[in-house]
Design a protein around this ligand. Structure first.
Ligand code: ADP
Ligand code: ASP
Ligand code: MG
Length: 412
């Protein structure tokens, strides 16, 4: 019999009826003789509601108190699910992250897991109980509650699965697997039977929020079999696995990711001297602002323009920092744009195929979509475009890379 770690996301536990349905499913596994550890998210909308309450009190609340606040969402769900399991004669106990002792560093609101104590969970499993754990939260060395960043219950689940050496970590959500692109945006998106860890990492980091990036990273590193499935329907879902386990020729492009979370800032007329990039980016990083894509144009008159993207939440601060830099460097000025989107094509097959970028740029050009910035890696190409063309671009790329057609695996 197997040991499964099963994570249920916000929508899957959004009402008490849905919590009862989750309990039915979990009981089914338990009655079939499997050991089950369940990780739950807060009921859908709850984390946002709590963040909203805090913002009614103050603009930038203390991160420690934010963690105390938002961790309550998962605590509600875990107890309700335990009750629903007990009601069905399925012995269960719920634990907060701190009770399990999911030890993290002390970086409130974006803590990293350092160690997990498996004793308590093992004792319950040995006693035939289902263990229900609050996702998204842990505790630091000093006993402060911490949280793992938005979408962090996925990471809790993978980390528990790694610690317990579970046979599979199953992420139950409101879609029945990982799709070629967000199925809520492109109707013809197709569910993938399998995707590599590497591709899933890129997809997650480039905007596909179906899995938290750290969860994928962790699963790849600790060799945790990871599957995304629907809470509402039966099915195989999508297995995230190593490239060698995908016994077929890889398509050139496996998926398309996108996000609207970024903004771009430009400092123009920068004197083109050694060290100018450093003088621009150092104050930005000192202000704790993460930079994504960077483009420097070779300018005339020994002056250049320097453009980069930051998270939209950091846009104003980034502009303020740059304005100071611009004054110091004697540059011409600073401008910015928040109405941009980043669209990326991802696929391990790109390694062995030439002309992928050309095909992408051609598809965008046919639609009259202007490319503002480009960045590439071995298995992805990203472009920044005007936000209003985002859906058009994703659809065009989905079609030109034939993602709406069934893969080899499905035609066999
Ligand atoms: P949960 O609350 O269960 O954690 P999320 O909202 O975090 O669920 O993740 C599921 C959502 O991810 C889906 O509803 C879907 O809109 C979105 N999504 C984005 N990209 C993809 C993709 N490539 N495949 C499947 N879902 C995707
Ligand atoms: N409840 C948290 C969030 O909404 C964590 C999670 O659902 O994974 O981000
Ligand atoms: Mg999620």
């Amino acid at each position: 019999m197997a040991l499964f770690v099963q994570k249920f996301g916000g929508t899957s536990v959004g009402t008490t009826e849905r919590i009862e349905a989750v309990a039915e499913k979990v009981c089914g596994f338990r009655n079939a003789g499997h050991d089950v550890v369940v990780v739950v998210s807060a009921m859908s909308g709850e984390t946002n509601r709590l963040i909203g309450l805090a913002s009614e009190i103050m603009e930038e609340p203390d991160p420690r108190e934010m963690d105390v606040l938002v961790s309550t969402g998962e605590q509600v769900t875990m107890s309700l699910l335990s009750m629903a399991l007990q009601k069905r004669g399925c012995d269960a106990r719920s634990y907060t992250g701190s009770q399990v002792r999911i030890l993290t560093d002390n970086m409130h609101t974006k803590a990293r897991i350092k160690q997990i104590d498996e004793q308590r969970m093992r004792a319950d499993l040995n006693a035939g109980r289902v263990v229900v754990v609050a996702g998204f939260q842990g505790v630091d060395e000093d006993g402060n509650i911490t949280t793992l960043g938005r979408g962090g219950s996925d990471t809790t689940a993978v980390a528990l699965a790694a610690t317990l050496k579970a046979d599979e970590c199953q992420i139950y959500t409101d879609v029945d697997g990982v799709y070629t692109t967000d199925p809520r945006v492109v109707d013809s998106a197709r569910r993938l039977e399998r995707i590599t860890f590497e591709e899933m990492m890129e997809m997650a980091s480039l905007g596909s929020k179906v899995l938290q990036i750290r969860a994928v990273e962790f699963a790849g590193k600790y060799n945790v079999p990871l599957r995304v499935l629907s809470s509402f329907e039966e099915g195989e879902g999508t297995l995230i696995t190593f490239e060698e386990n995908i016994a077929m020729e890889q398509p050139v492009v496996s998926g398309i990711a996108f996000n609207r979370d970024e903004a771009k800032v430009t400092i123009s007329g920068v004197p083109d001297t050694p060290g100018s990039a450093l003088r621009i980016l150092k104050p930005v990083s000192e202000a704790n602002i993460g930079v994504d894509m960077i483009v420097q144009n070779v300018g005339e008159d020994n002056r250049t323009a320097f453009t980069f993207t930051v998270h939209r939440n950091d846009f104003k601060r980034a502009k303020d920092v740059l304005q100071r830099v611009s004054d110091e460097l004697g540059a011409h000025g600073v401008s910015g744009d928040t109405k941009i989107a980043k669209v990326s094509i991802v696929g391990v097959g790109m390694r062995s195929h030439a002309g992928v970028a050309t095909k992408m740029f051609e598809a965008l050009s046919v639609e009259g979509i202007n490319i503002q910035m480009i960045s590439t890696s071995e298995i992805k190409i990203s472009v920044v475009i005007d936000e209003k063309y985002l859906e058009l671009a994703v659809r065009a790329l989905h079609s030109v890379f034939e993602l709406d057609k069934p893969g080899v695996e499905e035609t066999l």
